[in-house]
Ligand binder design. Structure first.
Ligand code: NG6
Ligand code: CA
Length: 501
């Protein structure tokens, strides 16, 4: 009897059974520039996203979920560090040769999981810099990077799909390096003899939009931001980026499905250049942007299928979100505007990518944990930055004092056990806004009110703006003049939060 008890006890404490109960797998799937209204489960009618719809229907679909910022790098910085990006200089959109901006000596989302015994990986877009400085040799190991901030395994592209170097990196090294054809990258001066979009627009298979740039080195018929030479064998084929990331993700899951794992799966859809695989082309009827969203949906579906096949779906939390709001024309003439066909990427919200209005940071946000989390729609205000403190509670891995200062433990809200999210949240674009009790105050700024290049309202105004988001989700009525005390109160609170660190 004693022996049986002992066996049961040791099974409970040491086996993978105990580990599974306390340490579910976590997959964070990040879309790039996907808007609140881009999925059919968030109200889109001109495009169907069945896999993401199923994911949403099986878990919590948040209607007030946010990235911290209206562009990529700062949102990703906050996700990794649990700290508002505007607290640190140099966290704006990074060039492809930037140095690493994530500290290697502080708690990060991946090293939290790693400390708790998880196998951790990033597969996809990084865009948080690599190495100690801008000048680096792309033909050698490059450190520090994702592996130094907590990922056991990394398979990434360094910046964005429209920036050089257009190569994959596995752990510290560019994939398919060729010693006879070394890679050089420069963001100031042209390097090598590759044609540029500016000199040879006739070589482009996708023209860049006037005044947008994207006319430097041509790779795969697409003008990029930045100059690159060499590495002909290492250069990616855009149409294969997502299939490559998917294969790597499936491999990682297959290899690690018997232990606990954390996978940050950072996809590139529907960011420019939109170059989905042939099987998705022309399928959405909305041009390549819509087709890219179909590719995103399919890819998520493949991951869900694999989890089911491996019978680990009930032991795996999937969080899905986007790094910032939507944009149609972000630099290439890919007919996203022309073929919009009444689709509304930001849904009912005003603004989009680059904007301090809700369209900038309010994005799709879904959490599923089949069998544990009950399907529901939640109005709790949550942000991606809060995943760090929340998962710290779930996996019982404390955060040392001072780390992740802006991340709030919202575990109960994330798991659908509470409707209480953040009471205060600061949104970030070229100015800051603060939300409290459904009121949103936007700090006055001198910036342009309308970004003509991308066709998006920025929300900038020299006047203070105050919106009642409960009644006026589309931020149509500025009530600042009517409620000067509230404006003062929110402005003071914002100042206090800014000074907090
Ligand atoms: C902008 C680029 C845009 C996109 C963005 C980054 C121009 C004119 N525009 O500077 O095309 O690359 O940076 O997007 O160059 S993000 O989603 O990674 O933040
Ligand atoms: Ca983005």
């Amino acid at each position: 009897m004693k022996k049986i008890l002992f066996i049961i006890l040791s099974l409970l404490t040491h086996s993978s059974f105990a580990q599974k109960v306390e340490h579910p797998n976590v997959i964070f799937i990040y879309a790039d520039d996907l808007g609140y209204g881009d999925l059919s489960c968030y109200g889109a009618t001109k495009i169907q996203t069945p896999n993401l719809d199923k994911l949403a229907a099986s878990g919590v679909r948040f209607t007030d979920g946010h990235a911290t910022s209206a562009t990529c790098t700062p949102s990703r910085y906050a996700l990794m560090t649990g700290r508002y990006p505007w607290r640190k200089d140099g966290t704006g959109i990074l060039p492809g040769d930037a140095a690493l901006i994530i500290p290697t000596d502080k708690t990060t989302l991946p090293n939290l999981f790693k400390k708790a015994g998880y196998k951790t990986a990033i597969i996809g877009k990084w865009h948080l810099g690599l190495g100690e400085q801008v000048e680096k040799n792309w033909n050698e190991d490059i450190k520090p990077g994702p592996n130094e901030v907590g990922f056991d395994y990394s398979f990434i592209f360094p910046a964005t799909a429209d920036r050089v170097p257009t190569v994959f990196m596995e752990n510290h090294r560019v994939v398919a390096l060729d010693a006879n054809d070394p890679i050089t990258v420069d963001y100031v001066n042209k390097v090598g003899t590759d044609p540029t979009g500016k000199e040879h627009p006739e070589l482009l298979k996708q023209q860049s939009s006037p005044n947008h740039g994207h006319n430097q080195t041509i790779v795969n018929g697409i003008g990029r931001i930045g100059y690159m030479s060499g590495g002909k064998m290492a250069r990616w084929v855009d149409e294969e980026i997502t299939t490559t990331f998917l294969a790597k993700a499936q491999q990682f899951i297959e290899t690690n499905h018997q232990s606990s794992f954390f996978l940050y799966f950072a996809l590139t859809e529907p960011h420019v250049p939109r170059m989905p695989a042939t099987m998705f082309r022309g399928k959405s009827g909305l041009g390549l942007r819509g087709d890219a969203i179909l590719q995103l949906d399919y890819t998520v579906g493949q991951i869900i299928k694999q989890l089911k096949d491996l019978k680990i779906d009930k032991n795996t939390i999937i969080v899905f979100s986007s790094d910032n709001g939507p944009v149609l024309n972000d630099g290439y003439e890919d007919e996203a505007v022309l073929k919009i066909n009444g689709h509304i990427p930001a849904g009912q919200f005003r603004g989009g990518k680059y904007s301090i209005l809700e369209g900038g940071t309010r994005v799709p946000f879904i959490l599923s944990w089949p069998g544990t989390v009950k399907p529901q729609v939640s109005e709790a205000m949550v942000s991606q930055m809060d995943l760090l403190a929340s998962f710290s509670k779930l996996i019982k891995q404390p955060i040392p004092n001072g780390d992740a200062p802006d991340s709030e433990n919202l575990l109960e809200a994330f798991l659908g056990k509470s409707t209480k999210g953040r009471s205060v949240f600061v949104e970030h674009a070229s100015t800051l806004a603060i939300i409290k009790d459904g009121w949103k105050y936007i700090s006055p700024s001198d910036g342009i009110a309308y970004n003509k290049l991308v066709g998006i309202e920025t929300g900038n105004s020299k006047q203070p703006q105050l919106y009642n988001l409960k009644e006026d989700k589309s931020e149509k009525n500025n009530l600042a003049a009517k409620h000067p005390n509230l404006v003062n109160e929110l402005e003071k609170l914002l100042t206090t939060i800014k000074q907090k660190e």
